[in-house]
Design a protein around this ligand. Structure first.
Ligand SMILES: [Zn+2]
Length: 145
C-alpha cells in the first residue's frame, strides 16, 4: 500500500527489513539464519512485485506470521539493522545525489549476517528493472475535482 501511494506521488520507496531465526530449546538453542534486505522502488521502473520482493505467497506468509501461527522469529534490534540502514542511505544518495555505479541504483540487496555476505538478491536476475506493468507512470497523480 505504501508503494502504491508513493508511486502515485512519484516518490521512491526504500524498504529495509531483517530477521533473525532461532531454533531449539535451552542448550540447543541457536541462530539458524540472520540477515535482511534493502529494496528500492523507483516510479516508472521495477516495483516490489516486479523485483519479486512481493508476491501473493509472501504476503500470505506474512499474514500468518503476524496472526501468531508462526512465532519462531526473534528480536531484530542488533548491529545488522545499522548495516542495512547504511545501505538504504547509500541507495538514497544514489537517487538524489548521483552516488551510483555504472549499473545505477541498487534495487534489491540481501545480507546474510552469519556469513557477512551482502549481494544483489538472486530474484533480481532476469528482471528488467527499467519497466513495471503494475504502476504505469501515466496513472500517477490524483485527479482534481
Ligand atoms: Zn511492477
Amino acid at each position: 500500500m505504501i508503494e502504491y501511494f508513493a508511486r502515485m506521488a512519484l516518490v521512491p520507496v526504500i524498504d529495509v527489513g531483517m530477521q533473525i531465526r532461532v531454533e531449539g530449546e535451552g542448550d540447543t538453542r541457536r541462530v539458524v539464519s540472520a540477515g535482511g534486505q534493502v529494496v528500492t522502488s523507483i516510479p516508472g521502473e521495477a516495483c516490489f512485485w516486479c523485483l519479486g520482493f512481493l508476491s501473493d505467497e509472501l504476503l500470505a506468509r506474512e499474514r500468518n506470521r503476524y496472526a501468531g501461527t508462526q512465532v519462531d522469529y526473534e528480536q531484530q534490534v542488533i548491529s545488522v539493522n545499522g548495516l542495512l540502514a547504511s545501505q538504504a542511505i547509500t541507495n538514497m544518495l544514489g537517487l538524489f545525489a548521483g552516488f551510483v555505479g555504472p549499473s545505477g541504483v541498487t534495487r534489491y540487496t540481501s545480507y546474510n549476517a552469519l556469513t557477512g555476505n551482502m549481494r544483489s538478491h538472486p530474484l533480481l536476475s532476469g528482471v528488467d528493472v527499467n519497466v513495471c506493468p503494475h504502476y504505469p507512470l501515466k496513472d500517477a497523480g490524483w485527479a482534481v475535482r
